[in-house]
Design a protein around this ligand. Structure first.
Ligand code: NDP
Ligand code: MG
Length: 378
């Protein structure tokens, strides 16, 4: 029986992880759940999974807790996140909250000796060097949940660590893959929220449309697999069946295939080094017929170039890119700026804030705050 704490249980990843827990009650016990503000949904989850603790970032007062849920220890604010990551009785902590807030939770969970299952890519994007160092120090390797990184991780099983020459990071290309550059710049909120293959949270769906998601994933791969960015190649693959591949020195390419359903990588991280049923069927290759691959267009999607520039610059440059992008996406979702302006805001923030350090969490949060200020104008 594994005990699992889920941070961000009401989100897209969190609910799919709970779906897997519900399929395997003999193997998983849920011990902590957290959300930001989705109270009713969290109440339902606590009712079903009966964790020992639950928390809401936005807070909850004792009289607001339903009578039948008072068996559970309820917490509010950042303390709730800390308790779920580090104090709850858990072997595994699934960090599936969205945004830079994930960095602190990952560090807290590692400090407490927990196995981290990582969906929150922002933790590696902003503090990859700190996270990987801590994971090494604690002897608790990070288990990736992001589908591409899970694919690479699966392809590397049984391979010697020094034989990897390249990572082929696949990308669907998003809803604007075939659009003209000028059309993309004017895309509306509704158009950007329509992902062709994956059903995900709003922020990451916009990032997939702008391809900032793939830029963030290059950073994530750089840290997880300790490989320089020039050996991580982005391959546009509109069918989203090949989730990524690795190239070995003998010329062999190993890829991982599956239908686009996050329960596969979530389940793999949960069961690692075993596998378990996830409720997902394997793809029917006859029905698919063919799979296609294209080179990414960096002129249409400057996000890839900006991400590589940030990685080469080092320091807090990736944090600045991430913070500026988060703020710009929030403004785009509020329909305050155009889709094209997302790129302009990120580019401007990176230029204005070049050279900021990222030696510790405080400096990272400071760089994040400054990047948001540049974009929000506040
Ligand atoms: P969602 O927006 O669907 O869910 C986010 C979850 O985190 C919710 O439970 C939300 O609570 C909570 N939350 C939001 N903001 C905060 C905060 N500041 N502090 C603490 N908790 C917070 O996101 P996704 O599930 O789509 O994504 C989660 C992470 O996984 C992201 O980092 C994303 O990049 C990554 N990821 C997601 C994939 C996907 O398929 N969805 C694929 C690969 C990676 P509430 O419901 O109350 O708002
Ligand atoms: Mg991904």
């Amino acid at each position: 029986m594994k005990k699992i704490a889920i941070l961000g249980s009401t989100g897209s990843i969190g609910t799919q992880a709970l779906d897997i827990c519900a399929r395997h009650p003999e193997s998983y016990r849920v011990t902590a759940l957290t959300a930001k503000s989705s109270r009713e949904k969290l109440f339902e989850q606590v009712r079903q999974f009966r964790p020992a603790m639950a928390g809401l970032l936005d807070g909850i007062s004792p009289e607001e807790i339903p009578e039948d849920l008072r068996f559970c220890r309820w917490m509010s604010g950042k303390e709730a996140l800390h308790a779920a990551a580090a104090e709850a009785e858990a072997d595994q902590v699934l960090v599936s909250i969205v945004g830079i807030a994930g960095l602190q939770s990952v560090m807290d969970a590692l400090d407490a000796g927990r196995q981290v299952l990582l969906a929150n890519k922002e933790a590696l994007v902003t503090g990859g060097h700190l996270v990987m160092e801590k994971a090494r120090e604690k002897g608790k390797p990070i288990l990736p949940v992001d589908s591409e990184h899970s694919a690479v991780f699966q392809c590397l099983q049984g391979a010697g660590p020094n034989r990897l020459t390249r990572i082929l990071l696949t990308a669907s290309g998003g809803p604007f893959r075939t659009w003209k550059k000028e059309e993309i710049r004017k895309a509306t909120r509704a158009q950007a929220l329509k992902h062709p293959n994956w059903d995900m949270g709003a922020k990451i769906t916009i990032d997939s449309a702008s391809m900032f998601n793939k830029g963030l994933e290059i950073m994530e791969a750089r840290w997880l697999f300790d490989i320089p960015e020039d050996r991580i190649q982005v391959v546009v693959h509109p069918e989203s069946i090949v989730h990524s591949a690795v190239v070995f020195e003998d010329g062999a390419v190993i890829a991982q295939l599956g239908v686009p359903d996050m329960r596969v990588p979530i389940g793999y991280a949960m069961a690692y080094p075993e596998r378990m049923s996830t409720g997902v069927e394997a793809p029917d290759l006859f029905q698919l017929g063919k799979l296609t691959f294209e080179e990414p267009d960096e002129d249409k999607f400057p996000s890839l170039r900006l991400a590589r520039e940030a990685l080469r610059a080092g320091g807090a440059a990736c944090t600045v890119l991430n913070g500026a992008n988060e703020e710009a996406v929030a403004r785009f979702l509020r329909e305050e700026i155009t889709f094209g302006e997302i790129y302009e805001h990120v580019d401007r923030a990176m230029n204005r804030l070049a050279g900021l350090p990222a030696r510790n969490i405080e400096e990272i949060f400071e760089a994040d705050r400054k990047a948001r200020e540049v974009v929000s104008g506040k």
